[in-house]
Design a protein around this ligand. Sequence first.
Ligand SMILES: [Zn+2]
Ligand SMILES: [Zn+2]
Length: 318
Amino acid sequence: MEANANANGLTAAPEAAVGSGMRALDRWLNLGAVVLPFAATILAIALFWNELVTAADLVILAVMYLATALGITVGYHRLLTHRSFQTYPAVRYLLAALGEMAVQGSVIAWVADHRKHHAHTDVEGDPHSPHVGHGSGIRGVLRGLWHAHTGWLLVSHGRADWRRFAPDLCDDPGMRRLTGLFPWLVLAGLLIPAAAGFAVTGTASGAALGFLWGGLVRVFFVHHVTWSVNSVCHFFGTRRFDTDDRSTNVFWLALPSLGESWHHNHHAFPRSATHGLRWYEIDPSSLVIRGLARVGLAWNVVDITPERQRERLAAAPR
Ligand SMILES: [Zn+2]
Ligand SMILES: [Zn+2]
């Protein structure tokens, strides 16, 4: 799903290319990255139905899901896009590498796209708003949701100007290197669960099942949960702060998204390390950041005081 890594992995397409200039090869790669895990998941469900799955496969799936989804939520999103906390370079690079294994684009491409989403939320220029330019009526709603969830990967993914939106990462040699290594980290993310399956069973079929469940099925789940934050969390759900966008909080996605579905809170306070601002708003990614801070691996964790939250409350909660 790498969109525009050239030899040095650093030149993004000019802004003028947005919406029209995505390379055909990138579009095909992204389409493959969408369709393959989907097809593999159908196959896995058939195997599951026929009891051709072991507890080990499901444990490998869960571990790989947590590791790569946290790479996105704690690494790509809260640390690298929004600088919600600080940590040692080794932790930054490890989180970025785990994020790349989620097959959502290289670290610099992801951060640039996401900062552009915050700069133009739900208006022209947002790479994945369900509300811009999709027409009216039920057709417009469905087209908008499709674009925000998946369609944008074939149109505007990876097109944000990296120098403009992610200059800090472009100036970091380690992040540039990881961006160039993106295809290899995708491969590693598929081979590690295969190796784990082989280690547990000692058989080729064990390795194949590890690859299927911890590799492709895991990519499918992480993909669709992340993309639901772009689609569902700008469409359905609740709002309480005074923000200029259409972002929403969606409680039923809180656990699978590891806290990212408190997305309206996040748009109100983008730098907050915690997105679930109320005690009942479950936010596993925040717990991980607090855990890192507890053991001395994170510091300068950004918190939003209750007073600041009260000041931003909408006059009439929507
Ligand atoms: Zn958003
Ligand atoms: Zn964000």
